[in-house]
Design a protein around this ligand. Structure first.
Ligand SMILES: Cc1ncc(COP(=O)(O)O)c(C=O)c1O
Length: 450
């Protein structure tokens, strides 16, 4: 395995950051103006990239253009939202059609019912509600589990991000030094402003650690409402569940009268028609969806079994939200589900991904890089670590500076990937688009090992 020379990495990083600055004069300029009116110059903390925030201009298909006119193959897809591709004609047509008919009433519309039916069929879960963001959907998933069981504790996986609600703003990307023993992690704040009390009703476990869940249930099973997790971890690169992990969780939780919630905000309708629920064959009690289902229009959904959703049916649990099931969002979601992310798409993703993964693995092998590739259909990531990654702490031990340099090489080659998240490709990405990513990765690998 090639030993990475960190001095060489630092030198290349400086060179690539200087090249990036040359490409982004207008963005760098707008950032100065933006800081006068937008807190931190951005609308979302994650938009502020290191070293420069890139301001966008437009997108079409697999490509997007920034304010300086640079064209990118978009492998970010807006945090995994744009699996339909930018400005997909079917989504544009659906949104245009609805805009002229009025976009918001205090009434559900026909599309609200149709989208619920489509999701029920895909996920094998009969009852649905709509929200506007993934954060709301996961917040409600926890509420449903707590209201159904009358218990307070929720088990959460370390490293998994479930959005910005107070109840779940713990233990996603945290300093391992503060996070307790690996087999008994403690809830660690991710942001200021959240009372400690919210963390006291969470129990934190590592991904792929069934025994840890068993222990929590043995100790406090009669207080545990359920467990929420991403069935495939997608906020620390892609980390896949061990065989039997998800079904083991479901059986364990049910044995203790607790529920299982899948956060499929990233996996839902993207890696399979029925998301990771279909992919794994494990049906949870509750599922939270968002991102890709709206084709770029904000929408989220929450689905569940009749038992889990009874609290919403009988009114025990209030399911509020002015924009829930907004007609514009519903029109976009119906188009995505019926005309864009159709069943044939997932087989195509599988074939494209096999070719793409093999090409990346070939680069790693030829340059003997300490890295592994983990992909599921249109999502994937490179972990800059030689050993397999099974949980957040493995990923936290990976080479951050090397990852940052690999990202800079992509930007300068006209590819826009997320800085740490998994990449996403869309229904309109071609093999040539993916080859641009491979080419930039090859350039990075050659430079860093030369
Ligand atoms: C797995 C997962 N859950 C929930 C969320 C929160 O979604 P939103 O940003 O729409 O609130 C995200 C966002 O990245 C996510 O990746």
């Amino acid at each position: 395995m090639t030993d990475i020379d960190q001095a060489r990495v630092a030198e290349l990083t400086e060179r690539e950051e200087a090249r990036l600055a040359e490409r982004l004069p207008r963005s760098i300029d707008l950032a100065k103006r933006a800081s006068q009116s937008l807190a931190g110059g951005v609308a979302c903390t994650w938009h502020a990239l290191d070293p420069y925030t890139i301001y966008g201009a437009r997108g079409r298909g697999s490509r997007l253009w920034d304010l300086d006119g640079n064209e990118y193959v978009d492998m970010h897809c807006g945090y995994g939202v744009m699996v339909a591709g930018h400005a997909h004609p079917k989504v544009v047509e659906a949104v245009r059609g609805r805009v002229g008919l009025g976009t918001h009433f205090a009434m559900p519309v026909r599309e609200t019912v149709e989208v619920a039916e489509l999701l029920a069929e895909r996920f094998g879960l009969p009852l649905w509600r709509f929200k506007n963001s993934g954060s709301e959907a996961t917040m409600d998933a926890c509420r449903i589990m707590r209201a159904t069981t009358g218990r307070d504790l929720v088990i959460k996986v370390e490293g998994s991000y479930h959005g910005s609600s107070d109840g779940l703003a713990f233990s996603y990307w945290v300093d391992v030094e503060r996070a307790g023993a690996a087999d008994r992690p403690v809830a660690v704040h991710n942001t200021a402003g959240v009372p400690e009390a919210f963390g006291s009703v969470l129990r934190i476990v590592q991904f792929n650690d069934l025994e840890a869940v068993e222990r929590v249930l043995a100790d406090e099973g009669d207080r545990v409402a359920g467990m929420i997790l991403e069935p495939i971890l997608m906020n620390v690169g892609v980390i896949q569940p061990d065989p039997g992990y998800l079904s083991g969780l479901r059986d364990l939780l049910h044995r203790h009268g607790a529920l299982l919630a899948f956060d499929e905000v990233k996996t839902g309708v993207t890696i399979a028609a029925g998301g990771a629920t279909e992919w794994s064959g494990v049906r949870p009690d509750v599922v939270a969806l968002a991102k890709a289902i709206g084709g770029g229009i904000p929408v989220a959904a929450i689905g569940g079994t009749e038992e889990a959703m009874r609290v919403l049916v009988d009114g025990t649990l209030e399911g509020e939200g002015t924009f829930n099931g907004n007609p514009l969002s519903m029109a976009a979601a119906r188009a995505v589900l019926t005309e864009v992310l159709t069943p044939d798409v997932y087989e195509r993703f599988e074939a494209q991904n096999a070719r793409f993964t093999a090409a990346l693995q070939d680069v790693i092998a030829r340059h003997d890089l300490p890295a592994t590739v983990s992909t599921v259909r249109c999502r994937g990531s490179i972990h800059f670590r030689a050993e397999p990654v099974r949980n957040f702490r493995d990923e936290a031990g990976s080479d951050g500076p090397l990852q940052h340099l690999a990202w800079l090489f992509q930007l300068n080659a006209g590819v826009f990937p997320p800085a740490g998240d998994p990449w996403t490709f869309s229904v309109v990405h071609t093999d040539e688009d993916l080859d641009r990513y491979v080419g930039a990765f090859e350039g990075f690998a050659a430079a860093v090992t030369s």
